[in-house]
Design a protein around this ligand. Structure first.
Ligand code: MN
Length: 332
């Protein structure tokens, strides 16, 4: 398998991004809801870089930083949206496919004249006044590193660790097919710049809470399978007993790891009357199309949606759609 041609960014959209940031004075960086390693790593690295070239930068997160990613923010600079004191002249979104994904931070946007949207989700809705989307990037971290280069901002050891975490988490530790030679070359460069790989590896993958291990046990006990389809489910009562909202992160990888499975799902009844659905595929089904059919989005191999209804109803609907997608003439 060869990588798609993946040149460094250029063109008018990229020029608009870099000139808007060069002209900026006070930048608000916004994480997406349920922030992941890519979202947090990109925004903290770019905020650090912007400060190094004399800008002010504030990072807001609509949801708490998951415990296993807190090491990326040792100064606890990611604040809740209502703690961000304006005014800002630029809002910068990294890794946010649509405005739904920014949750409560949306209220901050009304008065910010320039909204820069940098992403790698094919489903990105180009909601910015300036948009740059690179769907060939395995992580938004790739585009963020190129942004640092374009602005001539330094990538010190802490920023390198943050960007390395962005690449490593979105690629499942450089295992997913979206990982390209460019991704690996950037990882190598970040390591050379001082990225702490052992810290990222330990904190991200080997520092589970007791609550998350117990939730894993519940999820595994709920395993359902049907041909190339496998799923796990978490009831509201299962989730209520777990302390950290990040505890269900990654659980969908267990049904996905079952031999012979093509499409895997996690159903989490995390709010009354609605179910959060995480979808994964291994080789051929485009689960972003499946997620879009339920108002969500994402990537071909990793996507999600939030569906109104009780756990059983939502599960039946989504599994029916997944079965249809698995048919030879289905979404692929
Ligand atoms: Mn991402």
């Amino acid at each position: 398998m060869t990588d798609p041609a993946h040149p460094a960014p250029s063109g008018s959209a990229w020029a608009a991004v870099t000139s808007a940031l060069r002209a900026s004075r006070r930048v608000l960086l916004v994480l997406h809801v349920r922030p992941d390693g890519d979202s947090i790593g990109c925004s903290l690295a770019v905020a650090r870089g912007l400060r190094a070239i004399g800008k002010q930068a504030v990072v807001v997160s609509p949801d708490p930083i998951p415990a296993n990613l807190a090491f990326l923010d040792p100064d606890r600079e990611c604040v809740a949206p209502d703690k961000a004191a304006g005014p800002f002249d630029v809002a910068l979104f990294l890794d946010c496919a649509d405005l739904e994904r920014i949750g409560t931070a949306r209220t901050l946007l009304g008065e910010i004249p320039v909204v820069i949207n940098i992403d790698h989700h094919r489903s990105n809705e180009c909601y910015g006044t300036v948009n740059y989307v690179d769907p060939d990037a395995a992580a938004c971290g790739e585009v963020a590193l190129r942004l640092c280069d374009a602005l001539s901002v330094p990538v010190d050891a802490r920023a390198a660790t943050a960007l390395f975490a962005a690449l490593a988490t979105d690629t499942g530790g450089f295992r997913y097919g979206a990982t390209t030679a460019v991704t690996l070359a950037m990882a190598s460069r970040l390591r050379a710049a001082g990225a702490d790989l052992a810290l990222v590896g330990h904190e991200v993958w080997d520092s589970r809470s007791a609550g998350s291990l117990r939730l894993l046990a519940v999820a595994l006990n709920s395993l359902g399978t049907d041909g190339e389809l496998a799923w796990v489910s978490l009831r509201a009562s299962d989730l209520a007993s777990s302390a950290d909202p990040g505890d269900s992160e990654g659980l969908v990888d267990y049904p996905r790891s079952l031999r012979g499975v093509e499409v895997a799902a996690l159903f989490a009844a995390d709010q009354p009357g609605r179910v959060r659905v995480s979808l994964r595929s291994n080789r051929r089904v485009d689960v972003s199309r499946l997620a879009q059919a339920f108002g969500g989005g994402g990537h071909a191999r990793a996507a999600g949606c939030t569906v109104e209804g009780d756990l059983e109803t939502v599960r039946n609907h989504v599994l029916d759609a997944a079965r249809a997608a698995l048919q030879p003439e289905g979404l692929s």
